[in-house]
Each structure stands twice: as C-alpha cells, then as structure tokens.
Design a protein. Structure first.
Ligand SMILES: Nc1ncnc2c1ncn2[C@@H]1O[C@H](COP(=O)(O)OP(=O)(O)OP(=O)(O)O)[C@@H](O)[C@H]1O
Ligand SMILES: [Mg+2]
Length: 357
C-alpha cells in the first residue's frame, strides 16, 4: 500500500459546469458537504431529447454567479473562509467547461486561493466519500484497493484505485454509455427524458424475464457494449408495433404491460452485465471494496443487485450526488490539496476529452 500522509482539515469550494448542471458546493475535509447547490437545465433540454450545447453554455453564464454565491451563503462562509477552489476541467462540453473554469480562475486570482482542475470522472468517484446533511459519523469512507464502476450519461468505466488519486483504467464502453443506453431505450419505448428514472419507474410492475435480450459479456476484456442490446429492444418494439408508422420517441406499445415488461427486461440486462463484470474484476484484482458512482448508480435495481450479490462492501454516493454536482468536485479537490498541495496554474485550459487513468 502506498504512503498515507495525514490529512489536514480544509474547506474546498467546488464548481462544476461540464454539461447541463450549473453547480457549486463547499465540502469540509473531503467528506462533509456544507452546501450543495445545483441549477439543472434538464427541462430546457428535454424538448431536444438531449443536451443542446449552446443553450447549456449560455445558461451557465446566466446563473453561475448566483449559484456560487448561494453555495457560500448556505455554508455560512465568505470566499476568504475556504482553503482552496476546485473546478471541473474536463471531460465535458467545451463551452460549458469554459464558464466554470473562467469563474474559478477569476475567484482564485482575486482571492489568492490555490486552484485545482479536477477530472469530472474523478469527481464522480469522490461523490461516494461525501456525506450530505448530517455531520460525519466516523465512517472512514471507501477503503483501498477499490474497484470502481462509473456509470453515467457519457461514460461506463471500470477503474482500479489502489490509493487516493491513483486511477488504473481497466475498461470502458465500446459504444453507448450505460446512461446513454437508458436514455435511448426510453425514447424507443416512448418513455421520455431523462430515460434512466423513466425506465426504472416503468419497470416497477414489469417482468424482467419477459423478453430475452442480449447481454454482451465481452469475456476477454473489461470493456462493455450496449449497442446490441439497444438494437435488440428496437426490434422488439418494431414487432410489437407492427403496422404502425414508427417514429423514434413516439412509439407507443399497444399495452402498458408490454412497456413495463420491456423496460424491466432491458434494465435487468444492463444490471446483469454491470454487476457481473464488476464483481469479477474486483475478485481478479484483489479489491477490498467496491464503489459505484454516476447517474445510473441511482438505479434501485442496480443497487439492490450489487448489495445482494457482492461479497465485498459496496459504496454508492448519496442519491442527490449520483448525477452531476459540485460537492464531488470539491471532495476530489480536497484530496489533491491535502495529499499533494500541487495547485494548478491559472494558465490551465479546459480538457474536453480528458480520460481517467
Ligand atoms: N434511476 C436511474 N436509473 C438509470 N439511469 C439513471 C437513473 N437516474 C439517472 N440515470 C441516468 O444517469 C445519466 C446522467 O448521469 P450523469 O449526470 O452522471 O451523467 P453525465 O454527467 O451527463 O455524463 P458524464 O458524467 O459521463 O459526463 C442519464 O443518462 C440518466 O438517464
Ligand atoms: Mg457526470
């Protein structure tokens, strides 16, 4: 096990604008969120069935000042009371990332506080360290070596963390991300956007074994693939709606029961592969614990399957921190600040395609 420096106390202001959430938060010692403000644009993008980049960046510009002020006010702090600023530098939409990074640079320049540029996926991992509301209970947080699964709107990544800030990427999706598959399949079934919560809800009364859907195990790698499953669902929808002029997003299955069964069968296929491969990787790499983060980690069936099937402790973020937020960026920033103290230069640029590990 690598060295463990003693972690000193610090409060970090986090800023996140990588996609369609304008977010700011203050987190103490990488664990306790003193505030967590998220201004979501989801409703503005729903009519496009996805995020419209120019609308997103303009909206970030409109609300970023207020969101940061609100995060400090809710924490009962002034900027001078925090120890550092952490901001998402990538991956994400360039125009959106620029708004957060420029805001953070301005605050760092004016205050003299150190600035840390954080990888958004690193942030998703650190969301599982953050506690909302109640004071920290003495729970030490996830323990290393940790096998982590990030399942979000843009990523499906298996990552081995042997220590804080150390990321070994084992594999990822070859096509659609898990959340993207939920969103696309929800459109195929006619369930709206964002698709993850809609599928979960529709699946509640459904039979997960009703339709035999593809599971891409890709047994010789730690990669994932969800495009075959998505095509599989499309074929089922076509069969069930035979004779109708099928428009993507407007398909209406003849019976509500069919939509429930198809949603449940799709959800089960995704969950089987995510849980199966993660547990296998955890065993092969000798992990002590498992961490699951990102928007899809909010899924109740996924959480239940991990909890039931894993011989190791499994950590999930608090529900409000599964999707994008700035508390996770502040938490990652804390570990950078406390363990390395190596702040970034104010010349740093955005990294829209930044990978992890
Ligand atoms: N209960 C749920 N079940 C399944 N998927 C869900 C659930 N809740 C949210 N999601 C999915 O999570 C995704 C959004 O997650 P998140 O905000 O982490 O992604 P992102 O930030 O857009 O992508 P990335 O972090 O990869 O850049 C969406 O695809 C959404 O459908
Ligand atoms: Mg995200």
């Amino acid at each position: 096990m690598a060295r463990r420096k003693k972690l000193g106390p610090a409060r970090i202001l986090g800023i996140e604008t990588s996609c369609d959430e304008t977010a700011a938060a203050v987190v103490e010692n990488g664990r306790l969120a003193l505030s967590n403000v998220v201004a979501s644009q989801a409703e503005m993008h729903a009519k496009y069935g996805g995020v419209f980049p120019e609308v997103a960046s303009r909206q970030h510009i409109k609300v970023i000042d207020t969101v940061v002020e609100e995060a400090l006010a809710q924490a009962h702090l002034e900027l001078g009371d925090v120890d550092a600023i952490a901001v998402t530098r990538g991956p994400g939409l360039p125009g959106s990332l620029l708004v957060g990074l420029n805001m953070a640079k301005g605050l760092a320049l004016g205050s003299g506080l150190p600035l840390y540029g954080i990888n958004h996926l690193e942030g998703h991992l650190y969301s599982a360290w953050v506690q909302l509301g109640e004071a920290a209970t003495g729970d030490p947080g996830p323990q290393f070596p940790l096998l982590a699964l990030i399942v979000s709107g843009g990523h499906t990544e298996l990552v081995l963390m042997k220590d804080h800030l150390h990321y070994q990427r084992l594999g990822g999706t070859l096509d659609d991300a898990a959340g993207e598959a939920f969103d696309k399949v929800a459109r195929l079934i006619g369930l709206g956007y964002p698709g993850g919560p809609a599928i979960q809800q529709a699946a509640e009364g459904g039979d997960p074994a009703a339709f035999k859907l593809a599971r891409a195990w890709l047994p010789d790698s730690w990669d994932f693939s969800f495009s075959g499953l998505k095509t599989n669902v499309l074929h089922v929808v076509r069969e069930l709606t035979a004779g109708q002029d099928l428009q993507i997003g407007e398909a209406r299955l003849p019976q509500a029961r069919q939509a429930a069964d198809l949603a449940a069968s799709f959800q089960q296929a995704v969950v089987d592969v995510l849980v199966g491969k993660t547990l296998r990787a955890a065993n092969e790499f000798g992990a002590a614990e498992i961490l699951v983060a990102g928007g899809v980690s909010a899924n109740a069936v996924l959480r239940a399957a991990f909890t039931a099937e894993s011989p190791l402790p499994v950590h999930f973020p608090p529900m409000p921190l599964c999707t994008d937020n700035a508390a996770m960026i502040a938490a990652a920033g804390y570990f950078r600040h406390a363990l390395t103290g190596a702040a970034d230069s104010l010349d740093m640029d955005i990294e829209p395609g930044w990978g992890l590990g």
